[in-house]
Design a protein around this ligand. Structure first.
Ligand SMILES: Nc1ncnc2c1ncn2[C@@H]1O[C@H](COP(=O)(O)OP(=O)(O)OC[C@H]2O[C@@H]([n+]3cccc(C(=O)O)c3)[C@H](O)[C@@H]2O)[C@@H](O)[C@H]1O
Ligand SMILES: Nc1ncnc2c1ncn2[C@@H]1O[C@H](COP(=O)(O)OP(=O)(O)OP(=O)(O)O)[C@@H](O)[C@H]1O
Ligand SMILES: NC(=O)CC[C@H](N)C(=O)O
Length: 682
């Protein structure tokens, strides 16, 4: 099997859905097209590839289905296909009318490496409106523990089959046929509860206006409900147009998400592929424990399945991932989705803080404004909160509090911002108190020595927060937290007395990369004047720094990203560690795919061209190691004691009362070992 660079190494699985050019009632023609596509799928390392319903005979051939020569020719085509499959990697699932115990069934035949693994008859035969399947076929409902003679072999036959690979490409799949998924209780629902991860559907669904959307709803919804992948392929060009038409719709969904979809109304054969993330499905089924509850509720149906085992071994080649992986899991590149995300994130933040202000009977909001990203965004939220409560923005008491390392640039940005947003702005110099405290501590910096250690830093961060809390007492206000999700993930905040603490933190579950985007979004929204937009751009462009340590001899300022890593990568790591609990080597593989080439895929809007950069595997590995150590070893005690704040993204919040509970005395050993063992250094 391939190495680190192969998708099969990391729990991905390539699926294929074919729309072959069809010959009406012409099994040899259809066999030839099927074989062409199967060979293409082989060349593309597809593990499981499906073809349309009754694809070997044609679907809309009416009473020809009852013609002996036609059925014999279909049998011959299956024999030839089975023989040819010996040299092919993928499991093939083809549609054919088959005779069993003197009756005709609308079947899916599952073939791998010269063997018929099983045959699944269609359960639900539509016989309403334009459909007349019951005229020819018998329903497969209830057929179990049966065998069928086919292509010189004896194969399992029934609707009780699950197919499971015990090879180095492990997967469990189930097969249903068109109408089966149109029903209130599709067979695949029970199959998923019995362990099927990929649900395939061989379909011949004639097209009428608007029907493609119905299919998306049904297949996408089925994949979401069953926490599975749903692979769908419908008949296309060449299918009989006597009274109907065919748009050749192929699509692959994963847990409610459309992974790939064919262009409809093709004029020739199509192979659609999609890389399904089986790990994601497996991890999600562990989390969503009600999935197991519904398996218990449907125990009779679930326990009735039998498993057909086969061996699919991952290709030796390094099969490169083709799936689109967002660079920023918290900031989707699709403009429409991003707009919706920004609207929701901002509205959640505003609603959270407004409700707390009302409930606490607070007259004012108190906030420290540094001129950095987090406090800028929190201040934008405060302004909107006041608007929504019908209070004047002057009820926001905003303080800029210069310390030993505050630059003129950030301070003037802070002033400009407080003014632009209409807050009551003040300046409070923390240096005299900080000097006093350092002296009281016996710290050398108290006597003017250039000792810039963590105590020196935290005295400043702590004093700022202390002032804000006492100002809140003094003015009947709430201290608004600014620290973001990414900082919380990395433990990049001062515990208890510092920026870790507030009365309510609307930023707590907004990642740094999303905060950057939200500010960008406001700057480009037209909701603020040109000066404010320029100010926001200036804030976005500056180096991220806590400004707690003065610039060094070269003038270089304290850089957060030089210490904890680029937020772009750390947000990627944070998302996949907390949302799915993936292995670090898989996260590194995915990060390389997302970030390895600046030209690949779309970037979210408004990110300046100069920031379109790439990361090497060595960089990705290095910063992932930093992330794992910081996240698992040194920062959980901070997350175990965070103020309230609303959960914002499906990526999760890190509140111990919300979406992330972990021991405060754990360590990163397991994760670091996994990373080192399975990720090359470059
Ligand atoms: N598991 C555990 N349970 C309970 N306590 C634990 C602990 N592990 C360490 N501790 C204790 O915690 C203390 C260390 O934590 P803490 O006092 O927070 O200090 P620490 O995390 O060492 O330092 C704070 C860091 O955050 C950075 N910062 C501060 C402010 C703002 C920003 C920003 O950019 O937003 C960044 C700052 O530059 C500094 O590097 C030590 O006294 C240690 O003994
Ligand atoms: N000079 C300052 N004046 C007022 N408040 C400050 C100052 N420096 C820090 N703070 C407060 O402490 C918080 C944490 O500081 P930090 O520098 O990490 O955040 P930031 O500057 O808002 O954003 P970023 O972390 O993105 O630079 C700020 O959000 C702000 O509330
Ligand atoms: N072949 C089928 O089972 C088609 C039935 C399905 N209800 C459709 O309209 O597409």
């Amino acid at each position: 099997m391939g190495g680190f660079h192969s998708l099969y190494t990391h729990g991905f699985f390539r699926t294929g859905a074919c729309v072959p050019r069809m010959g009406v009632g012409d099994p040899q023609f259809n066999l030839a097209r099927t074989l062409e596509l199967a060979r293409q799928a082989h060349d593309q390392h597809v593990g499981l590839v499906i073809f349309p319903e009754l694809g070997l005979s044609g679907y809309a051939i009416d009473d020809l289905l009852l013609q002996q020569p036609l059925l014999d020719a279909v049998g011959q085509a299956i024999s030839e296909l089975t023989e040819a499959s010996e040299d092919l990697f993928p499991v093939l699932v083809v549609g054919a009318p088959l005779r069993w115990q003197g009756r005709l069934y609308n079947c899916a035949v599952v073939i791998h490496r010269g063997e018929i693994l099983g045959v699944v008859p269609k359960s639900y035969l539509p016989n309403y409106r334009e459909f007349y399947e019951a005229r020819h076929f018998t329903s497969g409902l209830g057929i179990a523990d049966a065998m069928i003679a086919i292509a010189g072999q004896e194969a399992p036959f029934g609707t009780d089959l699950l197919f499971r690979s015990a090879g180095s490409a492990p997967v469990t799949f189930h097969v249903e046929i068109c109408e089966d998924v149109w029903t209130a209780a599709p067979p695949s629902s029970y199959a998923a509860l019995a362990g099927a991860e990929i649900l395939v559907n061989l379909s011949a669904s004639n097209i009428t206006i608007g029907k493609a959307e119905t299919r998306r709803l049904l297949c996408g919804g089925q994949s979401a409900r069953t926490i599975a992948a749903y692979v769908y392929s419908a008949a296309g060009p060449g299918e009989s147009t006597t009274d109907l038409a065919w748009d050749g719709h192929a699509a692959v969904f994963e847990y409610g998400e459309l992974l790939a979809e064919s262009a409809r109304f093709p004029t020739d054969s199509v192979l659609l592929t999609a890389d399904v993330d089986l790990d994601r499905l497996r991890q999600e089924r562990l989390r969503v424990t009600t999935f197991g509850d519904s398996a218990r509720a449907a125990a009779d149906q679930v326990n009735a399945f039998q498993t057909v085992e086969f061996h699919l071994d991952a290709p030796d080649a390094d099969v490169a991932l083709e799936r689109r992986i967002e660079r920023f899991p918290y900031v989707p590149a699709d403009p429409a989705r991003l707009r919706e995300d920004c609207y929701e994130a901002f509205s959640i933040q505003v609603q959270g803080l407004a409700q707390r202000m009302r409930a606490a009977g607070a007259a004012k909001l108190v906030i420290g404004v540094s001129g950095g990203l987090d406090s800028t965004h929190a201040l934008l939220v405060c302004a909107r909160v006041m608007d929504s409560l019908g209070k004047p923005r002057s009820d926001i008491l905003a303080y800029t509090m210069p310390g030993f390392a505050t630059s003129e640039g950030t301070k003037s940005n802070a002033w400009a911002l407080m003014r632009a947003l209409g807050a009551t702005a003040s300046e409070l110099d923390i240096r005299p108190a900080a000097r006093q405290m350092l002296a009281d501590l016996g710290h050398p910096a108290g006597a003017g020595e250039a000792v810039y250690d963590v105590t020196f830093e935290n005295v400043q961060a702590g004093l700022r927060t202390d002032y804000l809390f006492r100002l809140a007492n003094h003015h009947n206000g709430l201290v608004v937290g600014t620290g973001d999700l990414s900082e919380l993930g990395l433990g990049w905040c001062t515990y208890g007395v510092g920026d870790h603490m507030s009365h309510y933190n609307p930023n707590a579950s907004v990642s740094k990369t999303l905060i950057q985007h939200l500010i960008r979004f406001v700057a480009h929204s037209g909701d603020v004047d040109a000066d404010t937009a320029a100010l926001l751009e200036a804030i976005l462009a500056q180096e991220i720094s806590p400004e707690l340590v003065p610039a060094d001899a070269t003038g270089a300022i304290q850089s957060t990203e030089a210490k904890v890593g680029p937020y772009a990568l750390q947000d990627f790591n944070l998302f996949y560690v907390t949302r799915y609990g993936f292995a670090p080597s898989k996260i590194a593989f995915m990060a390389l795919h997302a970030w390895g080439d600046a030209a690949r895929g779309r970037w979210p809007a408004n990110i300046p061209e100069r920031d379109h950069r790439a990361y090497t595997l060595a960089e990705i590995r290095k910063w992932l190691e930093v992330f794992l150590f910081r996240f698992f070893t040194i920062s959980q005690f901070k997350r175990s004691a965070v103020p309230n704040g609303p959960k914002i993204s499906s990526g999760g919040s890190l509140s111990p009362r919300g979406d992330w509970r972990a021991p405060s005395d754990g360590n990163a050993k397991v994760w670091l070992d996994e990373l080192k063992r399975h990720t090359p250094e470059a």
